[in-house]
Design a protein around this ligand. Structure first.
Ligand code: PEP
Ligand code: MG
Length: 594
């Protein structure tokens, strides 16, 4: 990768790319800290006024959030807008309202202090849990507490509304309430100290196509309000205190990037056929139903992975069959006649829904996750399968199982699928007859028994994110071992090759839906290994299609064969980078593959 410091004088923070693109502008540092509240004892005749102030803060905040919810529903749709339901529920929560009022009346606390005490009591226990879902709720509750306190203390909160200039928002951690209003404000990019690629804010940025970087650790402490900064969402960098040479360099990259994106969109609907005539499918991954629009507008030929966790982790209750059906149906009918691969919920690891973990686990990624979680609660799997099957009446659906490591998991799930069909038949509900049931190949075990799995499963999709994590024993979310997370490691490549060979032998369709499928550097390799489909984030679909169109399958096969003989991941990476610079100079230039 190019060394920006070699271009001119500058400071750079390195984070995690959350949404690609480059933006240059003024920093708007959001104050996401809770205001400090002193303990004061109020007089008896002040009690009613304090209760009233508290209730009017509740009323005003509710109206403010309802307005935000409405705006979001109009632009991004209902599933984004539902983020606010959890917030609105906190504002109606009797523990919060009664608890605060009781403290004001009985303990003579000021409304502000009573509120912080009540919220503290609610969140203390939640914060100690390892349950990611509950910990995320704590963040929502604190966001609400901060909003109420700012009103009670009569302070104006820094708002994204009525901005005169375009800004890049910087925050320690962004709440859903902030990101949700970005579409209507002059926000051109954002960067946060904490958070990962799958945080709400990051998902929203990708949907809105705003360049974003997360996990910068110290951005809000080193960047001053109004300072000129550059967010490089493609490489996960925040650049500040730069000189003219760096600015010019980035202006040029921004222009090239934007022109290049436009150019790619021209041919977005052309199929991904190699120069020697072999066709590959290029599909999109979505996490939220509304993202299907972005998938279509970027030329995706289907939805290769519809992650359904979102439905389960943003709600306080497990969604009913009808709620799930509505979400699946919306995606399936919009995508039709293209196929949608709906993955049964992959909870566990770092994602927990309202059903929670049975008990804290020492190694959650090796624990109660994915298909294990679903099969141990068959009534919930049955409910989800009924909902997916019902959606199959509106288009083309495939069902996919996550975290498969043994044959019996596929057999058991197929039995539940048959039971779901029986129930729907008994109810007289419509569904497509032959909905394929496939598996993710994302554990080394699944790759090693791909031959046997191909006899049970109707299709494969390789989940490289987990396959790399489990093969190399490197936690995919752990910063300190990130240098060992190597997609091109020979062990990974050999498992990919083994999987594709088994699929070919059994005439089983095989796709790739991990991040590797969206990495331009990996395209030749994956195509050359002989996969049928690549499924990536909507925004990169046109680029992947264009790479496939400009190569021959014969050449890609030679590249894959050569890479498979290499001894280290870095050797493979260097080899692919070298090919890339020569064959795709334009992409190398825009993506800075050196
Ligand atoms: C994967 O593991 O590659 C995958 C696509 O699934 P997820 O990222 O949701 O674990
Ligand atoms: Mg996975």
């Amino acid at each position: 990768m190019i060394d920006i410091k070699a271009i001119g004088k500058t400071e750079v923070l390195k984070g995690v790319s959350a949404s690609p693109g480059i933006v240059i502008g003024k920093a708007f540092v959001l104050d996401t800290e809770r205001p400090h509240v002193e303990e004061v004892e109020i007089e008896a005749d002040e009690i009613e006024a304090e209760v009233e102030a508290f209730m009017s803060a509740i009323g005003e905040t509710t109206r403010e959030l309802e307005r935000l919810r409405g705006g979001l529903e109009e632009t991004l749709g209902e599933s984004h807008a539902r983020i606010f339901d959890a917030h609105l529920m906190i504002l109606r929560d009797s523990m919060v309202i009664d608890g605060t009022q009781r403290r004001i009346r009985e303990e003579r606390q000021s409304a502000a202090f009573a509120l912080t005490e009540t919220i503290g009591q609610v969140t203390n226990a939640m914060e100690r849990t390892r349950d990611e879902y509950l910990r995320e709720r704590v963040f929502d509750i604190k966001d609400i507490e901060r909003r109420l306190l700012l009103r009670l203390l009569g302070r104006k909160q820094k708002s994204l509304r009525h901005l005169d200039d375009d800004v890049i928002v910087l925050a320690h951690e962004l709440a859903a309430t902030h990101t949700a209003s970005m579409h209507e404000e002059r926000v051109t990019g954002f960067a946060t100290d904490v958070g990962g690629r799958t945080a709400h804010a990051a998902i929203m940025a990708r949907s809105l196509q705003i360049p974003a970087v997360v996990g910068l650790h110290e951005a809000t402490s080193v960047i001053r309000q109004g300072e000129k900064i550059i967010v490089d969402g493609t490489l996960g960098l925040l650049i500040y205190r730069y000189d003219e040479a760096v600015l010019e360099y980035y202006q040029e990259r921004q222009r090239t990037y934007e022109e290049f994106e436009k150019e790619l969109l021209v041919d977005k609907d052309a199929p991904a056929v190699t120069v020697d005539g072999r066709r590959f499918e290029v599909a999109a991954n979505i996490e939220i139903p509304d993202e299907v629009r972005a998938a279509i507008s970027h030329g995706a030929e289907g939805i290769g992975l519809f992650r359904t966790e979102y439905l389960f982790i943003t709600e306080d209750e497990i969604p009913s069959e009808d709620e799930q059906y509505e979400a699946y149906r919306a995606v399936v009918s919009l995508a039709a006649p293209a196929t949608v691969v709906v993955r049964t919920v992959d909870l566990g690891g770092d994602k927990f829904g309202p059903m929670g973990a049975p008990e804290p686990e020492a190694n959650p990624f090796l624990g109660w996750r994915g298909i294990r979680c679903s099969l141990s609660q068959p009534h919930l799997l049955l409910r989800q399968l009924r909902a997916i099957l019902r959606a199959s009446a509106h288009g083309n659906v495939k069902i996919m199982l996550p975290m498969i490591s043994s044959l019996h998991e596929v057999r058991d799930a197929r039995q539940v699928l048959e039971a779901a069909k029986q129930e729907l038949r008994a109810r007289g509900r419509e569904f497509a007859d032959n909905v394929p049931l496939g598996v993710m190949i994302e554990t080394p075990a699944a790759a090693m028994i791909a031959d046997e799995l191909a006899e049970e499963a109707d299709f494969f999709s390789i989940g490289s994110n987990d396959l790399v994590q489990y093969t190399l024993a490197v936690d995919r979310g752990n910063d300190s071992v990130a240098y060992l997370y190597d997609t091109f490691h020979p062990a990974v490549l050999r498992l990919l090759d083994r999987t594709v060979r088994a699929a070919r032998k059994h005439k089983t369709w095989v796709g790739v839906c991990g991040e590797m499928a969206g990495d331009p550097l990996a395209t030749l390799l994956l195509v050359g290994l002989g996969v049928d489909e690549l499924s990536a984030a909507p925004a990169v679909v046109p680029e992947i299609k264009s790479i496939i169109r400009s190569t021959s399958y014969g050449y890609a096969r030679r590249v894959a064969a050569k890479a498979l003989k290499m001894k280290t991941g870095s050797e493979v990476r260097r080899y692919l980078e070298q090919i890339f610079r020569v064959k795709f100079p334009k992409i190398s230039e825009t993506e800075m593959i050196s």
